[in-house]
Ligand binder design. Structure first.
Ligand code: ATP
Length: 359
């Protein structure tokens, strides 16, 4: 599979695309009593230093499994069946994450990579104050700090995520849902990691709180320079905050590109469908086309393109040939036969080609 290698658009400037993490041909199965569930299938993807990479796709498309594989948080019956995950430390050679020793892994998680899950209630300790939890994290991983320095850092971290200093002594149940997510983000930031994986961190929150937290994540990223993998089923949410977007369907990567390009001309019919599944916040009202049907059984994918039974652009060849992830526009990749004229045998639908879009 071709590796997407592009510049990252951050605001108005384009910065060099230096990888901080690369997944190569990564596959993960869940070994069930019947046949294996192919939850992640041959994913090749790079996270660039300092970028926000949005990972989108319907429920069950493999987003969390991919993130957990990268963070080495998979538990049986999940099994990495192929591929590698490389961490690229600044100024050093790549490190194979899947082969790290338990000691190296403990250091990697928190110092280099941390994770924020959807429900902070599940990741925060209910019997410990948020200040104590930041203190515990700092004490466990940075023995050079004194108690006073740790206290100071806890207050500072909470302040940075919008929680006032007097909340240091609050227990998780004393905080609102939004505050708990902020506290979980503060803990993830404690050791200044290079990579933060956020798995639906704001999904359970109301829209206003969600937008506030997303704005803060973007501001924190600018300040601290970490890279984010932001997982959500809501593609429209990513368009406002991500530099690049990767779209998964049935465990496979079907489109990768700069957020602006994916928004302006989605090149995969699935992305096109996702973009029309959510009402736009601005602009004229339009019909929600959505995506007919349901995702396939990951134990038994249809032949050819896994999306073809639901695809309004499908031709006969789509039931036979598996499309490769091809560059369809500078830095934008899609796995769809429509971009492979020799196989497709028909003109590329204008919805997917951007013809007339001015690009
Ligand atoms: N323990 C398990 N045993 C068997 N199959 C599993 C297990 N955990 C997850 N799966 C399956 O793996 C597939 C990918 O799940 P995953 O949670 O990674 O998707 P997702 O895109 O993150 O979905 P969601 O947004 O609902 O979390 C799904 O089909 C799911 O049913």
């Amino acid at each position: 599979m071709t590796e997407p290698e592009t510049g990252t658009t951050t605001g108005t400037s384009t910065v060099a695309a230096e990888p901080v993490l690369s997944m190569r041909g990564l596959s993960v199965d869940y070994l069930t009593d019947t046949s294996p569930v192919h939850a992640v299938d041959d994913v090749t993807l790079e996270l660039h230093r300092g970028e926000i990479l949005g990972l989108a796709g319907e429920s069950g498309s493999g987003k969390s499994t991919l993130a957990n594989a990268v963070a080495r948080l998979l538990k049986p019956p999940a099994l990495v069946t192929a591929g590698e995950v490389l961490y690229h430390p600044a100024g050093g050679g790549p490190v194979d994450v899947l082969r790290m020793s338990p000691k190296a892994l403990r250091k990697f998680r928190w110092r280099e990579l941390s994770v924020v899950f959807q429900s902070a209630m599940n990741s925060l300790n209910p019997v410990s104050t948020v200040g104590a939890q930041i203190d515990d994290t700092l004490r466990a991983h940075d023995t050079t700090l004194t108690a006073a320095q740790r206290r100071e850092r806890a207050v500072e971290l909470l302040r940075r995520v919008g929680i006032s200093a007097d909340r240091v002594r609050s227990y998780p149940h004393e905080l609102s849902g939004g505050m708990r997510q902020r506290a979980a983000i503060a803990i993830a930031l404690a050791l200044n990691p290079e990579i933060i994986i956020m798995d639906e961190p704001t999904t359970a929150l109301d829209v206003v709180v969600q937008r506030d937290i997303l704005r803060e994540i973007s501001a924190l990223r600018r300040e601290y320079g970490f890279a984010v993998v932001f997982i959500t089923h809501d593609l429209s949410l990513l368009l406002s905050m991500a530099d690049r977007i990767a779209v998964m369907y049935a465990g496979q990567l079907v489109e990768v590109g700069a957020a602006r390009d994916v928004h302006d001309v989605p090149s995969h019919p699935y992305t096109h469908g996702l973009l029309h599944s959510f009402p736009k916040l601005r602009g004229p009202r339009e019909e929600l086309l959505g995506i007919p049907g349901t995702p396939p059984d990951l134990r038994d994918l249809p032949p050819g393109c896994p999306f073809h039974p639901r695809c309004r652009f499908a031709v006969d060849a789509c039931a036979e040939l598996t499309p490769a992830l091809l560059e369809v526009h500078s830095g934008q990749y899609a796995a769809c036969l429509a971009h492979d004229p020799a196989s497709y045998g028909a003109p590329v639908p204008t919805e997917l080609s951007g013809e007339g879009s001015g690009r």
